[in-house]
Write a protein that binds this ligand. Structure first.
Ligand SMILES: NC(=O)C1=CN([C@@H]2O[C@H](COP(=O)(O)OP(=O)(O)OC[C@H]3O[C@@H](n4cnc5c(N)ncnc54)[C@H](O)[C@@H]3O)[C@@H](O)[C@H]2O)C=CC1
Ligand SMILES: CC(=O)N[C@@H]1[C@@H](OP(=O)(O)OP(=O)(O)OC[C@H]2O[C@@H](n3ccc(=O)[nH]c3=O)[C@H](O)[C@@H]2O)O[C@H](C(=O)O)[C@@H](O)[C@@H]1O
Length: 451
């Protein structure tokens, strides 16, 4: 029976003929497949740890930029790329050099919020076609519980004609990197590791122990590791949904949500979350992985799905706040011009992918409002392409009836509210998603609302 046929609970380790040798990075090659926000720091990290590293990506553009010494993620800096000895390539042949292959390809959901394993399966088949016998393949992409065993390993078997657990081995180790958060990076956050059996798990643990100063947590099975990753994001989604629902309730009660949260936050065990637009390609996505797997097994994850719906309702809630503020200030919607500050999916990063500000802008445009965007972290051409609005290269408030502070980048926190009111047209409307502006400094002529 193939050792992958039964989930390994890690109690009775399934013996394989491999022994865990002491891992010598200088004699070991790691191939990282997928050089995005997760894969590139990983490749550079393994290189810094002394491994021989192959960085493989299907994107010619990405590899050309990396070979030219450009950090394509913006998280590492060009110097880190120039100084690294990672061999960047678009040729999967180089995978044959590796004893370990780490796969960090995208795991999106489709239009029906169903997990799409297309990238994981394609990468698995590609790895299978090029890897050598005895390789350990570690999936890092966020997936639903069971996907490594049910999708990734069989894809490698199809590509290689080999048998998992005999000719090659699989493990799972999720990534916890938090974009824009310099405090929690690759080396100082415990890395959860798992394998198809205890021997592989120890092998994967040895690999990451050399890379992660904070150490590793050995999960008893790949399913446990996959589930742990997904629920980290599910828990965050639910907590944000709670404060978002409170925000819509207190809007109707005419009570300031931020003031309520500030008061409640003085209790030692009140968990502080901010109401807002929940974007990105992880928090809004990963709960669907668990919901999908749960429904497959006959469970109905009502709370997870309800929380998702609450968070997905926030773009329209924010657009309605702007409509109310413009109407209160006497501006006909079809003649109003609104500047949106901050378009990326979260503060202090430039990633526009899956930003919910796009949904707010679409809702405003449905009211006939003319919208212009400004985001110092994002590329103006990308803004115009993704949001279908004019991108303002340099911040200018003149000629606008309304201002929407959507994504509260650090830079916006220093803007003097009196300057905002002075530069905007008469009787301006300001909607401040994050409560960045000190409303006590705004003149009476401003119609101000915040989430
Ligand atoms: N971005 C983040 O902060 C985090 C992401 N994750 C997860 O990590 C995974 C990767 O996410 P990101 O790095 O953000 O994605 P990304 O989109 O930034 O990078 C993925 C890279 O994989 C490449 N690629 C796609 N198919 C390929 C193939 N068959 N062979 C080689 N390269 C291929 C793409 O060209 C792209 O450069 C996802 O599952 C995500 O949920 C987990 C934690 C943090
Ligand atoms: C549990 C957790 O903190 N997961 C992190 C998360 O990173 P990501 O950048 O997607 O998440 P985030 O900082 O929670 O932001 C997600 C979205 O939620 C919004 N947000 C966040 C916190 C909050 O209190 N209110 C709120 O509205 C943000 O503005 C953003 O639009 O997802 C990453 C991932 O899995 O890709 C993961 O590695 C990160 O550690």
């Amino acid at each position: 029976m193939n050792s992958l046929s039964e989930p390994d609970d890690g109690l009775e380790g399934i013996e394989t003929e491999r022994e865990n040798q002491l891992l010598d990075p200088t004699a070991t090659t790691v191939a990282v497949v997928g050089l995005g926000y997760v894969g590139l720091p990983l490749a550079v990290g393994f290189d810094d740890t002394g491994f021989d590293v192959v960085g493989y990506d299907v994107s010619q553009e990405t590899i050309a930029a990396l070979e030219a010494g450009t950090d394509t993620t913006g998280d590492l800096g060009d110097e880190a790329i120039v100084e690294s000895e990672v061999s960047f390539t678009t040729s999967p042949d180089a995978i044959s050099r590796a004893q370990y292959v780490v796969v960090t390809v995208p795991t999106p959901v489709d239009d029906d919020d169903r997990p799409s394993m297309e990238y994981v399966v394609a990468a698995g088949e590609e790895v299978g076609q090029h890897m050598t016998r005895g390789t350990t393949a570690v999936l890092e992409s966020t997936v639903y519980p069971g996907a490594t065993r049910q999708e990734f390993a069989p894809a490698i078997e199809r590509g290689s004609g080999m048998t998992c657990g005999e000719d090659f081995f699989v493990g799972y180790s999720p990534e916890r990197a938090n974009p824009g958060d310099e405090e929690h990076g690759l080396s100082n956050v415990i890395k959860v590791v798992s394998g198809q059996d205890e021997t592989v798990r120890e092998d994967v643990a040895a690999l990451y122990d050399l890379l992660v100063d904070a150490g590793v947590h050995r999960a008893p099975s790949m399913e446990v590791a996959e589930s742990a990753k997904v629920i980290e994001n599910v828990q965050r989604d639910l907590n944000i949904a709670l404060v978002n629902e409170l925000a819509t309730v207190f809007e109707e009660l005419d009570v300031d949500t931020r003031a309520v949260l500030e008061a409640a936050g003085t209790k030692w065990n009140f968990h502080e979350y901010e109401p807002g637009l929940v974007g990105g390609h992880c928090i809004p996505v990963d709960p669907h992985f668990l919901a999908y797997r749960a429904r497959q097994a006959g469970a109905e994850p009502e709370l997870i799905q309800t929380a998702r719906a609450v968070n997905e309702s926030m773009p329209h809630h924010v657009a309605d706040l702007m409509v109310k503020a413009l109407s209160e200030a006497g501006h006909p919607l079809g003649e109003s011009r609104v500047l949106v500050l901050g378009l990326s999916y979260k503060p202090n990063v430039g990633d526009l992918r899956s930003s919910k500000v796009a949904d707010v802008i679409a809702a405003l445009k449905e009211y006939g409002i003319d919208v212009v965007g400004h985001d110092p972290y994002a590329d103006d051409e990308a803004i115009e392409a993704q949001f279908d609005v004019e991108a303002q290269p340099t911040l200018s408030l003149e000629g606008f009836d309304g201002l929407l502070l959507a994504t509260p980048h650090e830079e916006f926190r220093d803007v003097d509210p009196r300057v905002l009111a002075d530069r905007l047209d008469d009787d301006p409307a300001i909607v401040d998603v994050d409560g960045t502006v000190d409303r006590s400094l705004l003149p009476e002529s401003v119609s101000y609302r915040r989430v």
